[in-house]
Write a protein that binds this ligand. Structure first.
Ligand SMILES: CC(C)(COP(=O)(O)OP(=O)(O)OC[C@H]1O[C@@H](n2cnc3c(N)ncnc32)[C@H](O)[C@@H]1OP(=O)(O)O)[C@@H](O)C(=O)NCCC(=O)NCCS
Length: 195
């Protein structure tokens, strides 16, 4: 049994279910819904994200994305989730935990996007609130960080509602929409109050 466990290449990805949203790792069966939603939300998302590669919405690029995700899950350095609305299992967006660092840091970074048709309904706030116990109680990390553009009012509001504290300002922090841009830095730590 021990031998078999050591040759199985895949670690199971977690699933998180709440009254409003279900979070689970993406699989190839999600490709069509994912590319449809990202495609119809392109103008809503592009100004807040790294520049999309030219083939980003294609099936081969999605397969490569899944391989990268699986590596991160196997190495326990990241957990990608798709977000589904519980009431009808519609794919509504995505949430990613990445850059998991252990040792003296015990931290990770949060990223997210919502499909335009589903925005401003409280769904990403529900998803972020749902992932916080996974980060602190299951992964036993100490710190969850998020960065956003200073003029991203929806993202700032979401982080505040989810219990994050604004901690800093990083100059030219991430290359978003093709430009190195300043970011606000937010975090929640394991002993902060959870809303
Ligand atoms: C940021 C984002 C993920 C939020 O997802 P969401 O499901 O719409 O978030 P919620 O509905 O849970 O909360 C958003 C809050 O911002 C508010 N909001 C939305 N647009 C706003 C705007 N232009 N100005 C001010 N507040 C705004 C909403 O009213 C809501 O607050 P409320 O509940 O107090 O009314 C989504 O807007 C998105 O994907 N934006 C584009 C990509 C992006 O910004 N990614 C994150 C990069 S850091």
């Amino acid at each position: 049994m021990e031998f078999l466990r050591s040759v199985v290449p895949f670690q199971p990805a977690p699933m998180i279910a709440t009254e409003r949203v279900i979070l689970r790792a993406p699989g190839m069966a999600d490709y069509q819904a994912w590319s449809d939603l990202r495609g119809r939300s392109r103008s809503f998302l592009a100004q807040w994200e790294p520049t999309w590669p030219i083939d980003d919405l294609t099936r081969p690029a999605f397969r490569r994305r899944l391989r990268r995700y699986q590596r991160e899950i196997n190495e326990a350095t990241g957990y990608p989730f798709l977000v589904f609305r519980t009431e009808d299992l519609a794919l509504v967006g995505g949430l990613t935990l990445s850059h998991i660092v252990r040792g003296v840091t015990q931290s990770c970074s949060l990223g997210y996007w919502m499909g335009e048709p589903y925005a401003s309904r409280g769904l990403m706030t529900a998803a972020v609130k749902a992932v916080i116990p996974f980060v602190f109680d299951t992964l036993r990390l100490h710190r969850l960080e998020a960065a956003c553009l200073p003029h991203n009012a929806a993202s700032i509001r979401l982080l505040e509602k989810a219990g994050f504290t604004r901690e800093g300002y990083a100059r030219r922090y991430l290359c978003i929409d093709g430009k190195w841009q300043d970011h606000l830095l937010f975090a929640i730590v394991s002993d902060d109050p959870r809303p």
